[in-house]
Design a protein around this ligand. Structure first.
Ligand code: PMP
Length: 363
């Protein structure tokens, strides 16, 4: 696999090489079944074992309480922006959103279509360069739920201490940091994530929820849109994204072999530190995010405080040097290095070296 490059894509993102190799080896004939996983009935005993294994892995690694439901859905994290308010909104009880970036803005736009949405705190006036402090967050007493994004993929900020919402269910978009650090799942009413960063390939959306929240849903809602449908049928009301679910199982095995989420957390901290140390060691590079809120998953880098032409040269030369997908999100520009669980120290060190060389030539 020597032809593989260093991939810093924000998602779909780098997957562990042993996982890809195992999927390749099993692609045509899955464990002697004579079929590919892609060719199997989603109701077969083989696939039942595959989906149960993926779920068991998620439950184990995240420490998900037994009573919580774990669902494998489709439509991406974006679909959850709509599905959650359709299911969890009580008429007259607004949804409180803590606005920390483009992904909470997108969520608010969808919540607005089906519910009343209230901003409980926002750092938009500061270009989302930080997470609001606890005293800046004003939750309504009667909120249907509180929506946050645990890691802001685009702006490169990450919650350290989640807000205390008391009896009000806390809903978190963990698309870009699920399984990257230890969290207490019991503090959340619902967690959702697109799989394509830390969990597996795109096409699967994970929802982890307190099943009683699904009982809020009006039965008049279309069947596919109700969480209770998917809870009752264990994500097999219709055909789930079978290959993606299989891949998640392989990623869970890999996570186990690597020492689980606590080992990932240490590795992610260490990899992020390598890049932030380069940034902080010079005036040439800056990170626009307040130090205490910097993401361990998406490191946002500016050159000379936003010299777009130099940033473009950086990305071009990095690409030529085998460091791929470092361009910042189209809405913010700049440079962004995504260093999810499967990212290697080799890649991160190569980037750190490239940054130092680039500064020596252009600084
Ligand atoms: N939320 C966050 C935090 C994300 O990073 C993304 C995708 N980058 C999304 C939501 C949207 O995910 P999807 O493309 O699966 O709808």
């Amino acid at each position: 696999m020597s032809e593989r490059i260093f991939n810093f894509s924000a998602g779909p993102a780098v997957l562990p090489e042993p996982v890809l190799e195992q999927a390749r080896d099993e692609l045509v004939n899955y464990q002697g079944s004579g079929m590919s996983v892609m060719e199997m009935s989603h109701r077969s005993k083989e696939f039942t074992a595959i989906i149960e294994k993926a779920e068991a892995g998620l439950r184990k690694h995240m420490g998900i309480p037994a009573e919580y439901a774990v669902l494998f859905l489709q439509g991406g994290a974006s679909f959850q922006f709509s599905m959650i308010p359709m299911n969890l909104y009580f008429q007259g009880n607004p949804v409180d959103v803590i606005n920390t970036g483009e992904w909470t803005k997108k969520a608010m736009a969808e919540i607005d279509k089906v519910a009343a949405c209230r901003i409980a705190a926002s750092t938009e006036h500061e270009n989302f360069c930080r997470i609001p402090t606890p005293d800046e967050i004003h939750l309504g007493e009667n909120a249907s739920y509180v929506h946050i994004c645990s890691n802001n993929t685009i702006h490169g900020s990450q919650w350290r201490d989640f807000p205390n919402t008391g009896e009000i269910p806390l809903v978190a978009d963990m698309s870009s940091d699920i399984l990257s650090r230890e969290i207490d799942v019991s503090r959340f009413g619902l967690i959702f994530a697109g799989a394509q960063k830390n969990i597996g390939p795109s096409g699967v959306t994970i929802v982890i929820m307190q099943p009683e929240l699904a009982e809020r849903t009006p039965k008049t809602l279309p069947t596919m849109l109700q969480y209770r449908t998917h809870i009752k049928t264990k994500s097999r009301y219709n055909t789930p994204p079978t290959f993606g679910v299989y891949m998640i199982g392989l990623v869970m095995d890999w996570l186990e072999a690597e020492g689980g989420v606590s080992a990932m957390e240490q590795r992610n901290e260490a990899q992020a530190k390598i890049l932030y140390d380069v940034i902080d060691g010079t005036d040439f590079y800056t990170c626009p995010v307040a130090e205490k809120d910097r993401s361990r998953m998406n490191v946002v880098i500016r050159i000379q405080n936003g010299d777009e032409s130099l940033e473009q040269t950086f990305v071009q030369e990095a690409t030529a040097a085998g460091l791929s997908s470092l361009k910042g999100h189209r809405s913010t520009g700049g440079i962004r290095a995504s260093i999810y669980n499967a990212q290697t120290f080799e890649a991160v060190n190569a980037l750190a070296d490239f940054m130092k060389d680039f500064e020596a030539k252009n600084g």
